[in-house]
Write a protein that binds this ligand. Structure first.
Ligand code: GTP
Ligand code: MG
Length: 207
């Protein structure tokens, strides 16, 4: 897929204020600092589109970006930010779960996993939750440039093994580096394949 345009549309803290669910949508989610915003910038080819930061907890809202006028990328706040208060974490859970659970046009949840780490409990639990809800998801391993490909392969294998404790099969896997633009074509062609079959869902308006 060639990216002709990518534009910021809106930031929201309320599910009721999201754009109408008439275009296919892909949510990028994962632990704080895993590289969600960097990946979005890499995929769209627009460096400053999603705000990135070395300080975890940068993205605080549901941010919609419209790509090629016909599909949305959604940048979500990271989960598992250790320094966030309990109330904040609970708010995050409620808000994000409601969004993921209710968003009619959501086609796939892109779960980002830091390829340098051993399987993290919070990531595995989040995947299990998606599975329970029957939501489609794929795994996107990030920051592959930070280590050898052997080390990345080992991380991927360990994560697969952790998921196979609850799932019969593992979801599709992408290995990426925002730094090296790796994995871009694979993810864009995956999205393009789904976009082709998109039909506008029935949906409720909130007014
Ligand atoms: N080397 C390398 N660094 C990366 C890569 N992706 C992200 N980073 C760095 O990791 C840090 C966090 O990146 P962000 O994209 O802001 O992470 P995020 O997941 O959006 O973080 P929050 O919005 O805080 O949840 C930044 O310092 C990035 O430059 C990558 O592929 N390779
Ligand atoms: Mg971010």
């Amino acid at each position: 897929m060639i990216i002709k345009s990518a534009d910021f549309i809106c930031s929201n803290t309320q599910v009721s204020k999201l754009p109408p669910p008439v275009k296919p949508e892909y949510a990028f989610i994962g632990r704080s600092n895993v590289g969600k915003s960097s990946l979005i910038n890499m995929l769209t080819g627009k460096k400053g589109l999603a705000k990135t930061s070395q300080t975890p907890g940068k993205t605080q809202l549901i941010n919609h970006f419209l790509v090629n006028e016909n599909w949305y990328i959604v940048d979500l706040p990271g989960y598992g930010y250790a320094r966030a208060s309990k109330t904040k974490k609970a708010d995050w859970n409620k808000f994000i779960q409601m969004y993921l659970d209710k968003r009619e046009s959501l086609q796939c949840v892109m779960v980002l996993i830091d390829s340098r780490l051993e399987p993290q409990k919070i990531d595995v639990e989040f995947c299990n939750w998606l599975g329970e809800k029957g939501l489609s998801f794929v795994l996107v391993f990030t920051k592959a440039d930070k280590q050898s490909s052997l080390k990345t392969d080992q991380s991927v294998a360990k994560f697969k093994k952790a998921l196979l404790e609850t799932f019969d099969e593992v979801p599709q896997i992408f290995v990426t580096s925002a730094e090296l633009h790796a994995g871009r074509d694979e993810i864009l062609s995956f999205i393009s394949g789904i976009n082709q079959d998109f039909e506008i869902p029935d949906y409720k308006t909130f007014d």
